[in-house]
Each structure stands twice: as structure tokens, then as C-alpha cells.
Design a protein around this ligand. Structure first.
Ligand code: SAM
Length: 378
């Protein structure tokens, strides 16, 4: 839920990774030509000598006789992260055999010439080293919330934009469709717009949905994607009708960030999951949302669930794991459980101290984490 103290992962830094880290724009044809020529050399010393010249051009901007930096010449250009390119060249220069050096050269050439992506995202696996803002560890300690643009963080109970951002980059391609069944203030749909994904969000609370719509509309829509917030109950919403309107049958990513039962009361509406009478009823309601949405998620695509645990009468209720079980009962494969830090910054200092005292007395720990669980539809 809401944290103010999380690491900044702005859209710009993810979208324009090569530029953020200092990119170099090369004349693609010339660059490939040099790599191919280098590959034809039969002895390691002459091969390395040729590469030293190339490295000089790239790192020191020495006189570029090969025309590698001549981007005015006819032909395509390629933008590479300077530090990654330098490290690849160093790896070749450190090779002990000519075969190994040629293997690395071929790999570099492929990275410049080809694009290799999986079925579920646009990450170019031939240049995977350039994506170091994509988190692949299961522990996320984010120290700054992304508050760029219309991400105002006004809604108590929202998630940090980095969650949908990371999920969209890993599990969708440009132009894919995303369904968020508890869209709240629209964080997911704002990120969808930034990344060129179509987004549909369902929200029970009319006022919140109205505010979300206004903000989403303020976000630039350079890829002309659909962003639709629908007011209603995710358990019974006619999803088929919504999708048919957009001439699609299924979505490629499902996101759910339900209330963590009654930790925050979102409304007085009895259809609101935060008003469930007890944990059993909450899980039943959550199960109904999964039942309603699952048929509309494409096979082998992902479902991201953001959820936390809770305390009740001195007992830790593992709500996250109970919810995980509800998902697993319904034909999904568990791919990852991410633990993300969760800083309660709104609390006053003396309140925090009180909690610490209570924790020491009561033998419990203060919540500082929540889960992002990733499932794949079988
Ligand atoms: C944890 S918040 C989601 C916040 C959202 N991720 C964001 O960044 O703003 C949960 C939301 O679910 C909504 N909600 C609760 N029960 C619902 C239901 N049955 N159908 C649709 N939305 C519901 C609440 O009104 C609340 O806005």
C-alpha cells in the first residue's frame, strides 16, 4: 500500500535506458563492418589490436578513421550503452583464445543487428545487460516513490507506480491489454499509457473512479492506447461485454491489488472487499473476483497480485498466503513471491515509538513488507 519512501524508477530511466547511462550512437553499417573484418583475422594479437582501435574510438573519441561515429553517412544508426559496449569489448580483449574472442564478437554483432524477444514482453534478450533497471530479485527495497507526472500518490491505499511499471515491462508487450480489477486511483492505467499498453480498470467507488479518470486523461497518450475505468463490482462485472466493445476476447495481464481485508476501509458499500465480515468472507469475495476475471486472461500469461498480511486480536493473519491459495486453486502456476518493503511514513514519530514499545511487550513484529505474487495461467 502507500509508502512515501521508495526508490525512484522513473519512466524515463526505463524507457530510455541507453541514454540514461550515457549512450553512444554509431553508424550501424560501419560498426558491423569493423566487427566482421575483425572476425576474419586469424591470430589473436591482430584481432585484439584492431579491437583496441575500436575501443579507443568509443571511449576517447579519437580520430574516427573508420567512420563508426559518422552518423550522417547513409545507413542506420544504433544506440548502445557506452558502459555495456566497453565491457563487452574488454571481455573480447581478455579472451585467451581466438575462438573465444570470435564467439564474443559474434554475440556483439548479433546484439547490434538482431532483436530477440520472448512471447510476453519486448525485452531484447540480445542486449539484456542494458536493462539493469528491471528488477529480477525477489526482495524489493525501494526507497523512493515515483511521483513523476500525474502520479500524485493522493489515494491512501494506492500502490507505488514502480509495481505496475515493473510488471508491465516484464509481462506485456506494447499494444497488449491489461485488466486491473481494483484500479483505485488509476496507477496501473497511468503506467499503461506511459508504456503504450491498453488498460481497463474496475473500481467500486464512484468518486475514486472519477478522480482516477481525470488523472489518467492528463497523462500523455503518445501511443494512442485505450484507458478505460469502469465503475462496478469486480465480482460480477460483465468483463466479456467490456472486451467485446474493444473487439478483443482476452487480456494479456491481470493485476489485482485488493483491500488487505479491513486494514483500510475504502467505503461503506457491502460489495467492498474491505467490508467483509471476517477473513473467510473476504477470501470468498476475492475468489469470486478471480473466478470472474480468469476466463479473460490469455493462457500462459501472467496475473500479478499485490497483497499484505494483517494482525487481528494479537494474531498474525497470513492474508497474503491465504489469497495465494485462492489463486492456486484456480488453475494458476506460482512463478514468484516478491517481498517489498513498506514504510509507514504518515505515522507520527511518537506513534512509531509506541508501536515499537507494543511490539517489544507483545512479542510481535511491526509490518514492514507486502507481497507481489506472480502467477501464470496454465
Ligand atoms: C488497495 S486499493 C487499490 C489501489 C490501486 N492499486 C491504486 O494504486 O490506486 C483497493 C481498491 O479496491 C476497491 N474495491 C473494493 N471492493 C471492490 C469490488 N468488489 N470491486 C471493485 N473494486 C473494489 C476499493 O474501492 C479500492 O479503491
Amino acid at each position: 500500500m502507500k509508502t512515501n519512501n521508495t526508490r525512484q524508477l522513473t519512466l524515463e530511466s526505463l524507457e530510455a535506458i541507453p541514454l540514461t547511462y550515457g549512450s553512444i550512437i554509431l553508424n550501424k553499417e560501419m560498426f558491423i563492418q569493423v566487427l566482421v573484418e575483425t572476425k576474419t583475422l586469424q591470430d589473436l594479437i591482430s584481432l585484439k589490436n584492431k579491437l583496441i582501435v575500436l575501443k579507443d574510438i568509443i571511449t576517447n573519441h579519437k580520430k574516427d578513421q573508420e567512420g563508426i561515429l559518422n552518423i550522417d553517412a547513409n545507413g542506420d544508426t544504433v544506440s548502445l550503452r557506452r558502459d555495456v559496449l566497453t565491457s563487452e569489448l574488454n571481455q573480447i580483449l581478455e579472451s585467451q583464445t581466438v575462438e573465444r574472442a570470435k564467439y564474443y564478437l559474434k554475440r556483439l554483432e548479433n546484439g547490434v543487428q538482431k532483436v530477440k524477444t520472448s512471447k510476453i514482453n519486448d525485452i531484447n534478450l540480445l542486449r539484456w545487460k542494458e536493462y539493469d533497471d528491471i528488477i529480477t530479485d525477489s526482495l524489493w527495497v525501494l526507497d523512493k516513490r515515483d511521483t513523476s507526472g500525474v502520479h500524485l500518490g493522493w489515494y491512501w491505499g494506492n500502490f507505488i507506480p514502480q509495481i505496475p511499471h515493473q510488471t508491465l515491462i516484464r509481462y506485456t508487450k506494447k499494444g497488449d491489454w491489461v485488466l486491473d480489477a481494483f484500479v483505485g486511483s488509476g496507477t496501473t492505467l497511468i503506467e499503461c499509457r506511459r508504456l503504450g499498453r491498453n488498460g481497463i480498470g474496475i473500481e467500486l467507488n464512484q468518486e475514486v473512479a472519477r478522480e482516477a479518470k481525470k488523472l489518467i486523461e492528463k497523462e500523455q497518450n503518445k501511443d494512442n492506447v485505450v484507458s478505460e475505468v469502469i465503475i462496478g463490482d469486480s465480482r460480477t462485472m460483465n468483463i466479456e461485454e467490456i472486451l467485446t466493445k474493444h473487439k478483443i476476447n482476452q487480456v494479456q495481464l491481470l493485476i489485482m491489488h485488493p483491500p488487505y481485508h479491513n486494514i483500510i476501509k475504502f467505503s461503506k458499500d457491502e460489495k467492498d472487499l474491505s467490508n467483509a465480515k471476517n477473513t473467510e468472507e473476504f477470501l470468498k469475495m476475492f475468489g469470486e473476483v478471480i473466478n470472474n476475471a480468469t476466463p479473460y486472461l490469455e493462457k500462459e500469461r501472467y496475473f500479478a497480485l499485490v497483497i499484505g498480511d494483517k494482525y487481528s486480536k494479537g494474531e498474525w493473519i497470513p492474508l497474503g498466503f491465504y489469497c495465494m491459495n485462492e489463486v492456486l486453486k484456480r488453475g494458476y502456476l506460482l512463478k514468484s513471491i516478491i517481498v517489498k518493503n513498506f514504510e509507514e511514513t504518515r505515522g507520527k514519530r511518537n506513534q512509531q515509538e509506541l508501536w515499537r514499545y507494543r511490539a517489544l511487550v507483545g512479542g510481535f513484529y511491526i509490518f514492514k513488507h507486502e507481497y507481489i505474487m506472480l502467477f501464470k495461467k496454465k
